[in-house]
Design a protein around this ligand. Structure first.
Ligand code: UD1
Length: 477
């Protein structure tokens, strides 16, 4: 392509973005074609709304201060939560839910979605996070643990449980190659679907101009896990789920190796209470822990993100002295498939959240600039959050999970929520399960149980009891 279509040039002029083609004459034909494709894909309505909100920061974007302050002031601890069992009655209710969930799994009504499009900057791992080796003995990757869980569940349910993995521009090709190299961990390749989320441009925070990543490339980043609905729709996957008889979509993040994938209890409560969107929560360990919190705002369930609360707000208590913001979002949800479809038909676009970040860019002189001043980041990046679907649901449900068992994410290089804490959790869970089978393992020995060996302590006990599994195969000195 030698020249840009004139209507595109006119749009760039209209929205003050002609700097994006200032290096056009220096580009070769491949670079021109790439840049033109990016410009054609630009959402100019979005460009306009960003520019508008930069000029009037208190307008209607989801991150605007006035909107946030009103939400936080109105927020109450969620009124209706299925708490962790305290009595035999509660335990019976969980067992009943598990039976319902298992029946749904056997009927082939459940699909799994793993969101794996994030850039994992905090962990400092150079590949997609799902490729991170987390098995304390085996170095199994996060993806392998999930694959093995899904395989076991499929086997137990004697049914299909299709697995959809959302990647982004940043993670797609490496993730795809990894699954191919690993032969899809023994799964039928057609039962594992990788699909790509969209991306959004980064804007200069002072001028509202879109940043260039190189002379021929706009600075783009993944559009947040809230891009899921549009991405599923675009890839025809909502239709595919419907045709396959899927009714419930189990959603989880790539960073938590102890998530109970397609958890029958969560699916059971979700089905029993006809919820459109069910969320698993755990009690935050401290008010400032980096977890979003489930709250009721004017009768609707919502999540307030940790970055939206000051430490003082996060520590607020109610009349009974309980934290208002206690119910930490584990990012484990069950969606009603038809609800996702409704959202997709309504455009599939959840609100935008704006964040000030440092983004390297090419200056008007053609120089690469890497801003480092953390107190005054140069750019605005935008993301959509999947949990903004919560207040759009007619019926929601919150179920408290067992934190030690289900929530041990890998987020940071060291300290809390790191590979060390997640590995320690996998070992601890293995020891607890073996102890329940009557085998106390000495401290110096590490334990790792593959989901292919057992998904629960009860299954492990049964397999050890029948001689199907040897304890010596599960431990290493
Ligand atoms: C997230 C939740 C927080 C929750 C916590 C639990 C958000 C905004 N907040 O925080 O409420 O308490 O997890 O662990 O999500 N991802 C994509 N595409 C993207 C961006 C992210 O697929 O464009 C995926 C990542 O791969 C990851 C997940 O979303 O699986 C979470 O992303 P991350 O930004 O790390 O969330 P947290 O800040 O840890």
């Amino acid at each position: 392509m030698n020249s840009l279509p004139s209507d595109l040039q006119a749009l760039l002029r209209q929205y003050g973005q002609t700097h994006l083609i200032q290096f056009w004459d220096d580009l070769n034909s491949e670079e021109r074609a790439n840049l033109a494709a990016q410009l054609i894909a630009l959402d100019f309505a979005l460009v306009e709304s960003v520019t508008r909100s930069l000029n009037a920061p208190d307008s209607s974007n989801a991150g605007s201060e006035a909107v946030q302050a009103a939400r936080i002031a109105a927020a109450k601890a969620p009124a209706k939560v299925v708490r962790q069992p305290q009595s035999t009655k509660d335990l019976a209710a969980r067992s009943a839910a598990a039976e319902i969930g298992e029946a749904e799994l056997r009927s082939g009504k459940v699909a799994v979605v793993t969101v794996a499009g994030g850039q994992g900057t905090r962990l400092g791992f150079d590949a997609p996070k799902g490729m991170f080796p987390i098995g304390p003995v085996s170095q199994r990757t996060l993806f392998q643990i999930f694959a093995e869980q899904i395989q076991s569940r499929r086997q137990q349910a004697s049914a299909e449980i299709p697995w959809f993995i959302m990647t982004s521009d940043a993670t797609h090709s490496e993730t795809k190659r990894f699954f191919e190299d690993q032969n899809y961990f023994g799964m039928v390749p057609e039962s594992v679907v990788l699909f790509q989320q969209g991306s959004l441009p980064a804007f200069d925070a002072s001028t509202g101009q879109i940043l260039l990543n190189s002379r021929s490339e706009i600075a783009l980043s993944p559009d947040g896990h809230g891009g899921l609905i549009a991405a599923l729709q675009k890839a025809g996957l909502l239709e595919r789920m419907k045709n396959a008889g899927i009714e419930h979509v189990f959603y989880h993040q790539v960073d938590n190796p102890t998530v109970i994938i397609a958890d029958p209890v969560l699916i059971g409560f979700h089905t029993q209470q006809k919820s459109q969107l069910t969320t698993n929560v755990v009690c935050k360990t401290s008010p400032t822990e980096k977890m979003g919190v489930l709250v009721d705002v004017n009768g609707r369930t919502e999540i307030i993100e940790y970055s939206e609360l000051t430490p003082e707000q996060a520590a607020q208590t109610d009349e009974s002295g309980q934290w208002i913001f206690w119910a930490g979002n584990t990012a484990i949800h069950v969606f009603d498939r038809a609800f996702l479809e409704n959202l997709a038909h309504e455009g599939g676009q959840l609100p935008l959240h704006f964040a000030r970040k440092n983004v390297p860019f090419v200056s008007s002189e053609g120089q690469m600039v890497s801003p480092e001043d953390a107190s005054n980041p140069n750019a605005i990046k935008m993301e959509r959050f999947i949990f903004d679907a919560l207040p759009m649901a007619q019926s929601t449900l919150i179920v408290e999970g067992n934190r030690a068992r289900e929530f041990n994410p890998v987020k940071n290089k060291s300290g809390a929520d790191s590979a060390d804490t997640a590995r320690a959790a996998l070992v601890r869970i293995g020891r607890e399960w073996l102890a329940e089978s009557g085998h106390v393992i000495p401290d110096h020995m590490a334990v790792e149980i593959s989901p292919l060996q057992a998904l629960t302590a009860a299954e492990l006990r049964k397999k050890i009891g029948s001689g199907e599994l040897q304890v010596s195969d599960l431990i290493s000195s």
